[in-house]
Design a binder for this molecule. Structure first.
Ligand code: GLC
Length: 421
């Protein structure tokens, strides 16, 4: 293409010049905004090793906003980007544009990752991406405050609600009027699909759409789960939570003004970084259950890296990908950023365990995690999730009767499923 695509123009682009000049090639890659600095470090290492350069492009903060950018890149068959950051739910959506890397990555390197993570990236017999880190919804909490009030980390959402309220009210009385019980993601976006799926699946209410394409959303279990969440607004969560994404909710927690916080594992890294207000004061557990006998159901948000089919430097791009998802880089990311590896051996690594003491629990949470219905819905997933999170947002905002909203949502989802057939 003569001109760089317009949408790339506004993004921060950094080129890493390698120490070895002469005939170096440049590959271009997307890094997520949240772990951009770790990405910079990693590509600098790769550049040093190989003598090539990497041009980094920062993903939008909200991953949803990357979807139209990717769609444009793919529609133009653009070779501007060689290595792509892929959210687990995009694998089906973008499968036609990702290079099969089966022959580019030695089998033992593929096998080093959790099989469930690599299996999810095998579509139509092709290995379309490699897992980069595991994201499972986890509960962060103020260990110091739970201890102060003699509370255990809550096992159920009801217990969480009660404990959050009790500690919030007591802390307000004790002189912190800004204290809240629970910080989470209530904005109308993909993150709300994750949060709401957790409340519903952990109560045995299914995964919005079943594996065989049935809409399972209209049930008393879902109604109860969403009614509970609606009750949090203005009581244990500020009204503002209705516009919070991961970063806003993390800011509330890390300012010291929330007892509980639902987020992805990276919050361990940010909250325990030197100089932070909460160093030594945070505990981490699996998310609570919605009902006895169910399992904790953190949404599964594994991040992947893939090579664009339209890359003109596929060999080099695959080499960069191998480095980025390999043990050395995943270890650095775990130690410096708290990211949960997909390389199984790192769960036994003493250096990693010293930095992320709850890694064993996180592994169990990953094994019990719940997948959004992206495998069953493929290219139609985005439409379905949008319908879902918009309705959930209306419900938790208190717009209408929950049962009525759910009946409407069921109809809309059935229409979406049909439209995708
Ligand atoms: C995290 C997860 C991703 C999810 C997103 C929602 O980035 O890794 O899977 O879609 O959050 O905000």
């Amino acid at each position: 293409m003569k001109h760089k695509l317009k949408m790339l123009a506004g993004m921060a682009v950094v080129a890493f010049a390698s120490a070895l000049p002469a005939k170096a090639e440049t590959v271009s890659m997307f890094c997520s905004a949240t772990d951009y600095e770790l990405c910079e470090k990693a590509v600098a290492k790769w550049s040093e090793k190989t003598g090539n350069e990497v041009k980094l492009n920062r993903m939008p903060q909200n991953l949803d906003d990357a979807i139209p950018i990717y769609q444009q890149l793919f529609a133009a068959q653009s070779s501007d980007i060689d290595v792509l950051y892929i959210d687990v739910i995009w694998l089906g959506m973008f499968k036609d544009h990702l290079l099969d890397v089966t022959s580019k990555i030695p089998e033992d390197e593929v096998k080093a990752h959790f099989a469930s993570a690599t299996d999810a990236a095998r579509l139509d017999g092709k290995l379309l991406a490699m897992p980069f880190y595991i994201d499972t919804g986890l509960m962060f909490y103020r260990k110091d405050l739970l201890e102060k009030y003699g509370k255990e980390p809550p096992k159920t959402w009801d217990e969480m609600t009660a404990t959050a309220k009790e500690i919030q009210d007591a802390e307000r009385k004790a002189g912190n009027p800004d204290m809240w019980g629970y910080a989470w993601q209530g904005r109308s976006y993909e993150g709300l699909t994750c949060d709401a799926l957790e409340w519903i699946a952990s109560a045995g209410g299914g995964t919005i759409i079943s594996d065989d394409g049935e809409v399972t959303i209209n049930s008393p279990v879902t109604e109860a789960a969403l009614t509970r969440a609606r009750g949090w607004i203005g009581t244990i969560s500020p009204e503002g939570v209705l516009n919070y994404d991961e970063e806003n909710s993390r800011a509330l927690f890390e300012s010291g003004n929330a007892v509980f916080h639902r987020n992805w594992p990276y919050v361990w890294g940010t909250s325990q970084a030197e100089g932070g207000k909460l160093v030594g004061k945070v505990g981490v557990s699996a998310l609570p259950l919605g009902a006895e006998g169910q399992k904790s159901s953190g949404s599964l948000g594994t991040a992947y890296l893939g090579v664009s089919k339209y890359s003109e430097k596929q060999e080099l791009a695959a080499d960069l990908l191998r480095y980025m998802v390999g043990l050395e880089d995943q270890k650095m990311r775990a130690i410096e950023g708290g990211y949960n590896p997909t390389v199984a051996a790192l769960y036994e690594d003493a250096d990693v365990l010293a930095k992320i003491p709850f890694l064993g629990m996180a592994k169990t949470a990953f094994e019990e995690s719940v997948a959004r219905p992206s495998a069953a819905t493929g290219k139609n997933y985005n439409r379905i999730s949008r319908t879902f999170y918009r309705a959930v947002h209306d419900i938790i905002s208190g717009k209408d009767d929950v049962a009525k909203e759910l009946a409407d949502l069921e109809r809309r989802l059935q229409r979406d499923v049909k439209a995708g057939e």
